[in-house]
Design a protein around this ligand. Structure first.
Ligand code: NDP
Length: 293
């Protein structure tokens, strides 16, 4: 194996430590602890785990979390009313609506109801719009994409002028990552399910971000030697030898691609730890913005 393994657990922990130090300093100065409200609608098991992990991470750095759990059949009005209530609550600095919402709810309307200055997930259409515009800055950037860029920078990627290829164009990962790479002056190609000859496109990449949700999809012979790779994908594959009967793999065939890439994130332990670290950082910033208001 020749690639450097990008140690996102370590980088994520450094960010958490920085947030904890800043929160402690706030408290010493008589300022309030930052507050994060989580809104979970329904019983999606993965969403429950994500929310629990976010609350646990908040507690570790001194951020207060306010958990709100609405039933699966909550109405659009009930969800939006909760968001408005949280917008008006000065103890709440950040609001995180756990996605996906149950199908009967209009996700865009719920996200639009969040106060821009409390949009710590960065999915408010105005924040995303500003991300797409030259010379404009969003108040918050979505956590997984922001974490991916931090990992690239820490891995020594020179983004300015680099050929960057993003696999996936979802609202929550692919598209915001691509927009951030454009802001960092990379030349960006966004690939999706209709892209022709994906291996040929990927071969041009100095920097590759894979977020398609397809297990071990990117192969060794697609990768330019020395490329820096962020594998966002988290996929379950059957593994009878594992205790749970499955194991987690990324969108990149890690073992073989590691032989040619310059640096790569492993899965598990890749971008996941960064997502929560960036959420904590955004929540701290939301509290700082509230101090200035
Ligand atoms: P989505 O399913 O919303 O989007 C997948 C994207 O990949 C789409 O744009 C789709 O194209 C594209 N795609 C799917 N199959 C192919 C293919 N065979 N060839 C080319 N493009 C393809 O996924 P998400 O963005 O939500 O998540 C992507 C992965 O990242 C998942 O594995 C998810 O678990 C993981 N993830 C990890 C996070 C973390 O914290 N580490 C956070 C969020 C997600 P099209 O648009 O044409 O349909």
């Amino acid at each position: 194996m020749s690639a450097t393994i990008i140690d996102s657990k370590k980088i994520g922990q450094e960010i958490r430590d920085e947030v904890k130090t800043a929160v402690d300093k706030r408290l010493e100065r008589g300022l309030s602890a930052p507050g994060l409200a989580t809104v979970l609608v329904g019983e999606n098991p993965a969403s429950k785990v994500y929310v629990r992990n976010k609350q646990k991470a908040c507690a570790e750095v001194g951020i207060i979390s306010f958990g709100h759990h609405l039933p699966e059949d909550a109405t659009q009005e009930e969800v939006e009313a909760l968001v408005r209530q949280l917008n008006a609550d000065p103890a709440v600095n950040g609001i995180l609506v756990q996605l996906p919402l149950p199908r009967h709810l209009d996700e865009e309307k719920v996200l639009t109801a969040i106060d821009l200055n409390k949009d710590v997930d960065g999915f408010h259409p105005i924040n995303i719009g500003r991300l797409a515009q030259k010379g404009r800055e969003p108040v918050f950037v979505p956590c997984t994409p922001a974490g991916s860029i931090v990992l690239l920078e820490r891995a020594g990627a020179k983004l300015s002028g680099a050929n960057a290829v993003v696999l996936g164009r979802s609202n929550i990962v692919g598209m915001p990552v691509a927009l951030l790479l454009v802001k960092a002056n990379a030349t960006v190609t966004i690939c999706h399910s209709r892209t022709r000859d994906l291996p040929a496109v990927v071969r041009e990449a100095d920097v590759l971000v894979a977020a398609i949700g397809q297990p071990e999809f990117v192969k060794k012979d697609w990768v330019k030697p020395g490329a820096i790779i962020i594998d966002v994908g988290i996929n379950q594959v059957e593994d009878p030898s594992a205790q749970k009967g499955y194991r987690l793999v990324g969108d990149v065939a890690f073992d073989e691609v590691s032989e040619v890439a310059g640096a790569i994130t492993p899965v598990p332990g890749g971008v996941g730890p960064m997502t929560i670290a960036m959420l904590l950082k955004n929540t701290l910033r939301a509290a700082e913005l509230a101090d200035q208001a």
